[in-house]
Design a binder for this molecule. Structure first.
Ligand SMILES: *Cc1c(COP(=O)(O)O)cnc(C)c1O
Length: 396
């Protein structure tokens, strides 16, 4: 099938929501992807921070294939050994005793929102959920409401009630908005889709302490920043805080759709029988994949990812010498370079692709780097070398 036929099928049949690059990807190996013409790309997108073991990872692929042959899916009306094994591993590793398994980040956040509401109702109140401007929490109606994109809010109004926002990283605005009607706060420690924008250590520490003192639930969306992305299993660990609820998806099962909402015992038992559910959530295939991913992280990949993430950060720091580079942000293996608006990041993305590197552009003219956690120093050297030559030839 050639490129034009593939593009035609998409434009005729797919709902017109995606702007796609002219690239047809066929297979992956290690940290590289190959297109239908056999061109090779080192992948700093990783299916948006999802393929954390890269492609065709031998142990992972074996575990998934074995589970496909054994059992892929049964109803959550029954038990499976693999789900039991996985939730035990996940709860022990995370320190959260309660989990609900679902299929995506939006669903994990939807679960967190419903859980918070059940928790409030059990305490006899309707409460507001406070979220950050510039956030991204998903595309269902409720998660879209807590996503700081006002254009989308208008498009899908009327929206569910009971949510309000505060200014990103602005503690006095946060405090002003933390009125008595607020029952929970929901945020990402680093706004991934929002341009790799981290909250400051001070903001997170103070916001958390204030919530704790008022009995307000602290919900951290770890969909993009979890699973070792920032150098620790979860990003909240960097700040010495312990949220009541966290959500996960993206890298959790190495590319098989899965999400999870984790909670403290008190909050995680707010649901009663029938309050929530999912047909596919936590099925045997997803659990086998996720269990192997977590096992591999625990057996050395997490430490390795932390080291390589620091190496990457040091390499990127050199780019501050270019005056059109406005900011260099991130932690571990989630990094962003914000460019001056005079130099469109999309042009950099295209030039890097020509040199065999896939990166993507996120909000605010920011190049985002979210490679597999298995990325090597040599691959990072290759990317930074290619980027350096593009920067050196940029007039701005
Ligand atoms: C990607 C993302 C989501 C949404 O995940 P989906 O699986 O696309 O529903 C939610 N929160 C954050 C922080 C994300 O990066």
């Amino acid at each position: 099938m050639n490129m034009n036929k593939i593009k035609d099928a998409e434009s005729l049949h797919y709902m017109p929501v995606f702007s796609r690059d002219s690239l047809v990807l066929e297979r992956g190996e290690g940290n590289c992807l190959f297109d239908i013409n056999g061109n090779k790309y080192v992948d700093f997108v990783a299916g948006i921070a999802t393929n954390i073991l890269g492609y065709n990872h031998p142990e992972y692929t074996d575990a998934v294939c074995a589970q496909v042959k054994k059992l892929m899916h049964v109803s959550n009306h029954y038990y499976t050994e693999i789900q039991s094994q996985y939730i035990t591993r996940l709860c022990e590793a995370s320190g959260f005793p309660r989990v609900f398994l679902c299929n995506s980040g939006a669903e994990a956040n939807e679960c967190a929102i419903k859980l918070a509401r059940c928790y409030f109702k059990n305490h006899g109140a309707d409460k507001t959920i406070l979220y950050a401007e510039g956030s991204f929490h998903g595309r269902t109606l409720a998660t879209l409401t807590v996503t700081g994109n006002t254009a989308q809010h208008e498009r899908y109004s009327p929206l569910p009630q009971g949510f309000k926002s505060f200014k990103y990283n602005d503690f006095s605005d946060f405090k002003r908005n933390l009125t008595d009607d607020v029952g929970a706060v929901m945020l990402e420690t680093i706004q991934g889709e929002g341009g790799v924008r981290p909250f400051s250590n001070d903001f997170l520490v103070n916001a958390y302490a204030l919530c704790k003192s008022k009995g307000i639930l602290f919900i951290v969306d770890e969909v993009q920043t979890g699973m070792g992305r920032t150098g620790t299993l979860f990003s909240f660990e960097h700040f010495g805080i312990k949220p009541d609820v966290i959500t996960m998806a993206k890298g959790i099962a190495g590319g098989i759709p899965m999400g999870a909402c984790l909670a403290s015992e008190e909050v995680g038992t707010a649901f009663s029988l029938g309050d929530h559910g999912s047909t596919f959530g936590g099925n045997a295939l997803a659990c086998a994949a996720a269990d192997k991913v977590l096992e591999i992280l625990q057996n050395g990949l997490l430490e390795r990812a932390a080291q390589i993430g620091e190496y990457f950060g040091n390499k990127l720091a050199h780019f501050s010498k270019y005056n059109f580079i406005k900011d260099i942000r991130g932690m571990g293996l989630i990094r962003g370079i914000e460019l001056d608006t005079k130099v469109p990041a999309a042009a950099f993305e295209g030039k890097l692709r020509e040199k065999g590197y896939l990166v993507n552009v996120t909000r605010g003219n920011t190049l985002r780097f979210i490679p597999p956690l298995t990325i090597t120093k040599e691959e990072i050297d290759g990317l930074t070398c290619a980027l350096d030559s593009i920067c050196a030839n940029t007039n701005a």
